[in-house]
Design a binder for this molecule. Structure first.
Ligand code: MG
Length: 385
């Protein structure tokens, strides 16, 4: 069980909930890291008194230094600050909840220090899954997923003796904001329409990725890497109620499902208490009032992002890093109101066509593919105008 934790991405949705859980469980906080939110970070530092705090943005870090002048605390910035937060000696666990590729280097650094990784940064496994899993094996670092679906699978695999016993894993998907709609109805959807999610309270990028189903596509890749399964053994099923968080089907036909109220504090807590369980203040599931549970196949024509992700997953190599980088760039354009919803997959597909493919990339080649993908999206965007 976790005794002392460093939280990368502490001001975001996962980070703030993780601090709440750590508080509840009496877990010490060694380091806090975030992008630029000075006000919230100051509050968190005063409450949790970590030894080290870091803001990625240099100007914000300078502002924070001034705010915290009365405290004896190290305030860092940039990638060196993130790396220091990820490798601090007193932390046994590092929660990686930063958004995007920026989480890759700190995660690898924490693995090298044999930390338990509570992984909430999808990009790490999506872009560099082979490298990350190989490093974790080599260093003997444990990776415990925080994403609700992967935590569900992790929990359903606890009694599994050999991976050969697994027939497939079944990732459930809420379907996102536009479930049931047809392509023509959502092609020109706005930021406000796309960011409305009834079940989960998440950041803007993840909510948008839930609406395009890219989030599920990234999770398929994440699951393949984490559980070392081919694409054929990962199935996506739409489950609107978000009560079953995912399932594992075994060879004998037995299907184990992990259920619970849709509350991120549950998978966050399990990542900290694993292999044990502790009481949680999160809402309990009431089977008598949660309503019927429904299942359906995803509509790949209306949501081409999921299809693109599966193609990238099958291809492997740099394809997944290109998919992810292109998606981040296209998401940013959409969130700035510069493209419409239906143009997100068009831009991602164009990057997948344009960026040269490498089958067994190094970390440098992965980072390069990511940069090329972002550039390819900008080029394709310019051609749309
Ligand atoms: Mg998820």
């Amino acid at each position: 069980m976790t005794r002392c934790i460093s939280i990368l991405g502490s001001t975001g949705s996962i980070g703030t909930q993780a601090l709440e859980v750590a508080d509840q469980l009496g877990i010490r906080v060694a380091a806090l890291a975030a992008h630029h939110n000075v006000a919230l970070m100051e509050q968190q530092v005063r409450k949790y008194r970590p030894r080290l705090v870091t803001l990625y943005d240099e100007a914000a870090a300078q502002q924070l230094r001034e705010c915290l002048a009365d405290l004896d605390i190290q305030v860092c910035s940039g990638m060196p600050g993130l790396l220091e937060a990820a490798t601090l000696s007193e932390a046994d666990t590092v929660l990686t909840a930063v958004v995007g590729m920026v989480g890759l280097r700190p995660t690898l650094a924490a693995i090298e220090k044999k930390k338990k990784i509570a992984l909430a940064n999808k990009e790490t496994l999506v872009c560099a899954g082979e490298l990350v899993m190989e490093a974790a094996d080599r260093c003997g670092a444990e990776i415990v997923p925080v994403d609700s679906e992967h935590s569900a699978i992790f929990q359903c695999l606890q009694t599994c003796r050999s991976r050969d016993e697994v027939e497939r894993i079944i990732l459930t998907c809420s379907g996102g904001t536009f479930y049931g709609k047809k392509k023509a109805e959502i092609d020109r959807a706005s930021r406000e329409e796309a960011l409305h999610n009834p079940n989960w309270d998440m950041g803007a990028k993840v909510t948008l990725d839930s609406a395009t189903l890219m989030n599920k596509g990234l999770e398929v890749i994440e699951a393949m890497r984490l559980y070392r399964l081919p694409l054929e053994q990962v199935q996506v099923v739409i489950h609107r109620e978000s009560i079953i968080h995912s399932m594992v089907e075994y060879l004998d036909g037995a299907v184990l499902a992990q259920m619970g109220a849709p509350d991120m504090r549950l998978p966050i807590q399990y990542a900290m208490t694993h292999p044990y369980r502790k009481a949680s203040p999160a809402q309990k599931l009431d089977l008598l009032t949660c309503g019927p549970l429904t299942f359906a196949a995803p509509d790949l024509d209306t949501f081409p992002c999921l299809r693109l992700a599966m193609e990238a997953a099958r291809k492997g190599g740099t394809a997944c890093a290109v998919l992810n980088g292109a998606n981040e760039a296209a998401d940013a354009l959409f969130l700035q109101g510069r493209i419409v919803f239906g143009q997100i997959p068009i831009l991602v597909a164009s990057a997948l066509r344009e960026v040269p493919y490498i089958s067994h990339p190094t970390l440098e080649e992965i980072l390069q593919a990511d940069a090329q993908a972002r550039a390819a999206v900008q080029t394709a965007y310019a051609q749309l105008q």
